[in-house]
Design a protein around this ligand. Structure first.
Ligand SMILES: [Zn+2]
Length: 296
C-alpha cells in the first residue's frame, strides 16, 4: 500500500488502492517514475513547479525525509500537490458527478477549485490564512530575538504571541507595527522590522504563503510594495542600509531558493526552513480538511 492509499478515505476521491498507484510491478529508477508521473496531467504540475530553476527541489520535499509528520498527513499533502481532492470542481470535472452548484461552499463567490481553498477564499483569509501566515512570521520573529536579543527560553511556535515592540541596547524589533513616516507611505506595516542600531541596518521582513505557482511573483511584489517605505526609513532613521526580505513559502510546502537567501541575509540558521515548512503544511492540511469536511 502506498502513502496515498492510506490517506485516501473519501477526502481524496480516487480509489487509489484500485488504481495503478500501488507498489510498482517492477522497480523503476527515480527518473523513470518521474517521467511516468509527469505524463499524468494532474500530477505533472506539481513536479514541474518544484523542479523549476527558482525552486529548491530537494528542500521542497524535506518533510518527507525528516519524519516529523504522520504518514496520513504526508499522504494528504501528496493528494493536495497532485490536486486529487474532492472539491466540487474535481467532482464535477474529473469524477463526472452531477454537481449543481460548483461555487465555493465557504464564500459562495468563486468556483470551488482546490487552488481557491488553498489561498484564494475571502472567507478563509481573515482567520485561517492569517493564522497560517502568522505562525511562519512567529517562527522568524522568535528566532530573530534569539539571534539578536539574547532570548534563551523559547516558546513552541504554535503558542508564540509576540509583543509589538522589543528593544535591547543594539536591536529594535517590530511586529506588525505601523511605521510612522514624514510623508504618507501606503504600505507601512510590514510583518516584522528589525533594526540593528550599531550597524545602522534595518530589515523589512514580510511573509507570504501563496500558491506554489505564484511564489516568484509574490516575492517580487513584496519587494516593490516596500521600496517606498525602505527609502523613507533609510532617510528618517539615518540607516546605512535597509533591506527588504520576503519570506515566501508555497501553500503546499514548496521552498524557493530565495527563502534560503532570505534566512542567510538575516543570519538565521538555514535549517529554519524545516519548521517553517512543517507549520505551513499542518495549517494547509487543516484548512482543506475543515472546508471539505471530515468524511472519514
Ligand atoms: Zn471561497
Amino acid at each position: 500500500m502506498c502513502v496515498l492509499d492510506v490517506a485516501d478515505k473519501n477526502l481524496t476521491p480516487l480509489r487509489l488502492a484500485d488504481n495503478n498507484y500501488g507498489p510498482a510491478e517492477e522497480v523503476q529508477t527515480a527518473q523513470e517514475s518521474k517521467a511516468k508521473w509527469r505524463s499524468k496531467p494532474l500530477h505533472g504540475r506539481y513536479l514541474n513547479t518544484i523542479e523549476s530553476e527558482a525552486m529548491d527541489t530537494e528542500g521542497s520535499t524535506t518533510y518527507l525525509r525528516t519524519g516529523n509528520l504522520f504518514i496520513e498527513t504526508e499522504g494528504f499533502i501528496a493528494a493536495l500537490q497532485d490536486q486529487v481532492v474532492s472539491t466540487k470542481i474535481y467532482r464535477r470535472n474529473i469524477l463526472k458527478e452531477q454537481v449543481d452548484n460548483a461555487k465555493c461552499r465557504m464564500c459562495g463567490e468563486k468556483d470551488e477549485y482546490l487552488d481557491h481553498i488553498l489561498s484564494g477564499c475571502s472567507v478563509l483569509a481573515p482567520k485561517a490564512y492569517l493564522d497560517r501566515h502568522n505562525r511562519v512570521a512567529g517562527i522568524v520573529h522568535q528566532n530573530l530575538r534569539v539571534e539578536y536579543m539574547g532570548l534563551t527560553e523559547t516558546t513552541p511556535y504554535y503558542q508564540y504571541t509576540p509583543q509589538p515592540v522589543y528593544e535591547t541596547e543594539n536591536a529594535l524589533l517590530y511586529w506588525n507595527r505601523p511605521i510612522i513616516t514624514d510623508r504618507t507611505i501606503p504600505n507601512n506595516i510590514p510583518d516584522i522590522v528589525l533594526t540593528l542600531k550599531n550597524e545602522k541596518r534595518t530589515y523589512i521582513i514580510d511573509i507570504a504563503v501563496p500558491l506554489p505557482s505564484n511564489i516568484m511573483k509574490t516575492h517580487a511584489e513584496k519587494i516593490n510594495k516596500y521600496l517606498p517605505l525602505a527609502d523613507e526609513i533609510k532617510k528618517m532613521w539615518k540607516m546605512e542600509s535597509v533591506t527588504i526580505v520576503p519570506i515566501v513559502v508555497g501553500a503546499t510546502g514548496e521552498i524557493p531558493h530565495k527563502l534560503h537567501a532570505g534566512l542567510k541575509t538575516l543570519k538565521l540558521q538555514n535549517g529554519l526552513y524545516i519548521p517553517i515548512q512543517k507549520s505551513v503544511l499542518l495549517d494547509t492540511c487543516s484548512i482543506v480538511r475543515r472546508v471539505l469536511g471530515d468524511q472519514e
